[in-house]
Design a protein around this ligand. Sequence first.
Ligand SMILES: [Zn+2]
Length: 209
Amino acid sequence: MTRGPLEQTVRLLGKLPGVGEKTARRFALYILQQPRTFTRELASALLELREQTIPCSVCGNITTEEEDPCPICSDPLRDRSMLCVLESVEDMLSFEQSGAYSGLYFILGGRVSPLDGEDLDPKRIDALKEYVVSGAFTEVIIATNPRVEGDLTFFTVLDALDDCDVKVTRLAFGLPLGGSIGYADRVTLHASLESRVDARQHDKKTGRE
Ligand SMILES: [Zn+2]
């Protein structure tokens, strides 16, 4: 059965996170009401997003082949003694918007969630270890999300960095439990960065050895 163009667009837009059928229909009808140039720009932006972006070979941020390492990794003004390990690019963008952090990043591109059958790519963990060992970092902040999957991800990263001679910290209070870094406001992110705690000490206190 072939779908009409409207049905097809609604079906595809409806796959986006947080977009139900009603909103998808609203989007599709809105697009139809705009000048043709809008549709062309939208379509070509989507194609470029897919075809011209690559993960930064250093941190995993979204960048282009012409700009690899990404602008953050190659910015001489960033603090090269700090590395912040994050689950996703979305979390990184939230950190950048908060303006609370000026060090470098490493994006895991996943999380540990046995219930969803998700795990970290061992290659990504190896790349992190290599980066920490080869970089001039004095501190690694593991900034996973304040929820069960974030905790599991945190411990996996902490274990992986066991042999690395570097201070490891984790975000502390401020972030609501079950919340998400990607949605945190800048004041909250500021507070949780400011109050980060030594991850290895914390690990001992919670009785995990
Ligand atoms: Zn980068």
